[in-house]
Design a protein around this ligand. Structure first.
Ligand SMILES: [Zn+2]
Length: 305
């Protein structure tokens, strides 16, 4: 896919044409508690706080974001499956189970499926045309079986990381990603001179009209992707790049990820935000980011949560 002429299209819309993005919404497939060190960083070896940390931060949503585009309904991430609670064999091996049970505490009920949460928000899972994964951690990709008709998009680097032998220890459950019905498409970021995403020099134009741009924000995981949605103000969904806007603005890095890469991505997102004043930054597990999104003019009035 090319990104040529995107700048022209952006200018056309700025001159009064209607945006192809009709609505955005946030739903969640459960709630997590996470260690303070996970969200706010720590000088300790992660294994120390994973096993001995006592300070938990509660009420972190496991978010899925809905973008209603005139060409179809798009999701950013696909949530966590209720099988994390109900299936004793959800984790593929004992060590992965033990570690993840120490990293997270989940509140996830029978209604916390993607299908039901979309329904409560006035949408239908069968209407999802594309779902973009910020990365392949289990809590972002867990409900793909509920949207077999959707094209599932993931950056090639994230996919290549998944097929490495130890990815399961990093909470990437290949067994639940490479399922028979899933329609996966790997995409690569392409060089662009599109001013709308500067200082990023690579992007992927999801809908072909510049309204939903995927941009590379590595650091949390290889191939980590953010989604810039055109709006007034624009909205940047960042997955797990950061856990709060404050963390992003002050270079307070989480306890997980590659700090050098995170620092570079944080600086670029801040520079993007300077170019797009008021741009919302919406992390996947940040209740304040979700609240800010709910005040956006594009936010769906149908959502009851
Ligand atoms: Zn993650």
């Amino acid at each position: 896919m090319t990104t040529g002429n995107v700048g022209t299209r952006v200018m056309e819309r700025e001159s009064g044409k209607q945006s192809p993005v009709k609505q955005v919404a946030a739903i969640r497939t459960g709630i997590a508690s996470m260690h303070a060190q996970h969200l706010k960083g720590s000088r300790l070896n992660p294994l120390m706080w994973v096993f001995f940390g006592r300070k938990w931060i509660t009420d972190r949503p496991i978010s899925v974001f809905v973008i209603e585009h005139e060409k179809g309904m798009v999701l950013f991430d696909a949530g966590m499956t209720t099988r994390t609670k109900t299936d004793p064999n959800y984790w593929p091996d004992k060590i992965t189970r033990m570690i993840n049970n120490k990293v997270f505490r989940f509140e996830i009920g029978p209604e916390d499926t993607l299908t039901r949460q979309l329904e409560l928000a006035g949408y239908a899972a069968g209407d999802v045309s594309k779902a973009v994964m910020s990365h392949l951690h289990f809590d972002h990709v867990g409900c793909i079986a509920e949207i077999p008709q959707a094209e599932l998009l993931v950056n090639t680097e994230a996919w290549e990381h998944m097929i490495t032998p130890n990815s399961v220890r990093k909470a990437v459950l290949r067994r639940d990603i490479e399922i028979p019905d899933a329609k996966w498409t790997q995409f690569e970021f392409e060089a662009t001179e599109n001013e709308a995403v500067a200082p990023f020099t690579e992007a992927y134009d999801l809908m072909g009209d510049g309204s939903v741009m995927l941009i590379p924000t590595p650091g949390h995981m290889p191939g980590s992707t953010s989604m810039l949605v055109q709006g007034d103000p624009p909205i940047l969904f960042v997955g797990d790049l950061c856990y709060s806007l404050e963390g992003l603005m002050t270079d307070r890095f989480p306890g997980i990820g590659e700090k050098d890469e995170l620092a570079e991505s944080y600086a670029k997102v801040r520079a993007l935000r300077e170019r797009l004043p008021g741009m919302l930054v919406v992390p996947a597990h940040d209740p304040e980011g979700v609240e800010a999104l709910k005040a956006h003019p594009l936010y769906s009035a149908k959502v009851a949560q």
